[in-house]
Design a protein around this ligand. Structure first.
Ligand code: C5P
Length: 423
């Protein structure tokens, strides 16, 4: 069952051109299984039609305070109390002003006044209107009232201007809601995550690397953010946008990843909140060319002369952090939990068992608290796939094998699993 499939959502639409983007939000919510009701202001219906909104939400549009759908005429109270999430997109300058002033002169503002549960506003307006002191004053008041905002974002706006005022994309608004509604067992905790491949330069145009897409690390990062953690994400070159809210540090080589990771680890006590866990999902290159050539390596002219490739070993980030954590434990301090990931390749008849044996040996060698193991040759587990099937090996000897899950679900389960170790 997906996150939204048992949720009911009220999508309130203000009168702005960004209302067309809210249609995509409605589509995404329905696709995810949410029950959706639309509240549209009179002005919103100048931009999108009731028929479109009804078709996309599957319910008649609520717009008029004085033409209620419910027999007792209490639409505004029922809407305010019954839904799990109330999102206002676009939240125009006028809606922000009326909310900040506590107005209740139409269906939307009365619903907002009667609302006790989570509300998310997605403001959208011309950059000058957003920057206006009156709007900024209203936003500050709403934030002081405990109302959350997503966006507005920078970029071109409908009137041809450029600046901060674009409504957040539908997927970002949806993610904002998910973070608002998710339990927060990691609130007040900091987690360090490494992700993606590393690239080891041979010369200015060539490098050694691997097939890691970064998806597993991204899923862990997203799950940590949803669970309320502060996240430092140190990642190699990947084609994925950084999850909103993560402190991302982009690196290229294993040595750079090592240096960045050690710096975060060294600063862990000065950083608020303190580091609770290091989850190392990155596929770090084990070796790098002994000498990076400063100019492109040339092919031989007559007889093919193949240049020799001499490799040296990269530092092992996981083993280093695990050793430091173990030393802290010996010194009577409570170290962050150190978690490694191991991609193994088992092809024989008893692949699962041979992978498990390899992984146990790896965990002992690296000294980490937990190792998350998968057989990358198993169906649905390859690099770049959206699913993964993992076994969790604890230092204590405890083991858990999880079914084939989406990487997103693996990330969530892992964060829940680790949160239980804190209590
Ligand atoms: O030895 P192997 O590469 O299979 O170990 C995988 C685990 O070790 C992953 O958690 C990976 O991020 C970590 N690792 C590391 N530094 C290396 C090699 C691997 O942190 N140089």
């Amino acid at each position: 069952m997906g996150f939204w499939s048992d949720k009911s959502v009220a999508v309130a639409i203000g009168g702005g051109i960004a209302a067309y983007k809210t249609l995509e939000l409605l589509r995404l919510l329905r696709e995810e299984g949410a029950r959706v009701v639309v509240i549209a202001t009179e002005a919103a219906l100048q931009f999108v039609t009731p028929l479109t909104l009804q078709a996309l939400s599957g319910q008649p549009v609520r717009s008029n305070l004085f033409s209620p759908c419910e027999a007792d005429g209490m639409d505004h109270i029922r809407l305010a109390q019954e839904v799990d999430w109330l999102v206002v997109a676009p939240a125009t300058a006028d809606i922000l002003a009326r909310m900040a002033g506590g107005h209740g002169d139409d269906l939307l503002t009365t619903v907002l006044l009667a609302r006790r549960g989570p509300v998310l506003l997605a403001p959208a307006m011309n950059p000058a209107m957003w920057a206006h002191p009156a709007t900024q004053r209203n936003v500050a008041q709403l934030q002081a009232d405990g109302i959350a905002l997503v966006g507005p974002e920078y970029g071109p706006v409908a009137c041809g201007d450029h600046g901060q005022g674009r409504m957040a994309e539908a997927a970002h608004i949806l993610e904002g809601g998910r973070r608002q509604l998710s339990p927060k067992p990691w609130q007040g905790r900091h987690v360090l995550i490494t992700a993606g491949p590393t690239q080891e330069d041979l010369d200015p145009v060539r490098y050694l690397s691997n097939r890691s897409s970064g998806r597993m690390g991204w899923a862990v990062c997203q799950a940590a953010l949803r669970a309320g953690a502060e996240v430092t994400l140190i990642h190699g070159p990947v084609a994925l946008p950084v999850p909103r809210g993560a402190n991302a540090i982009a690196v290229q080589s294993a040595q750079q990843m090592y240096d960045a990771t050690m710096q975060v680890w060294e600063n862990r006590a000065y950083h608020a909140p303190h580091l609770s866990a290091a989850i190392l999902t990155a596929a770090v290159a084990d070796f790098r060319p002994a000498n990076r050539q400063m100019t492109k390596i040339k092919k031989g002219t007559a007889a093919a002369v193949i240049p020799p490739l001499t490799l040296v070993q990269n530092p092992d980030i996981l083993a280093t952090l695990a050793a430091r954590a173990n030393q802290m434990a010996q010194d009577g301090q409570s170290p962050p939990i150190v978690v490694g990931f191991a991609a193994e390749t088992g092809t024989d008849a008893d692949a699962a068992e041979s992978v498990r044996v390899l992984a146990r040996e790896k965990q002992a060698r690296k000294g980490c608290d937990l190792l998350v193991v998968n057989n990358v040759l198993a169906p649905g587990c390859g690099f770049g796939s959206l699913t993964n099937q993992v076994t969790i090996l604890h230092r204590s000897g405890h083991e858990e094998t999880w079914p084939l899950l989406s990487k997103e679900e693996v990330g969530e389960r892992l964060l829940d699993h680790l949160a239980n170790l804190f209590v």
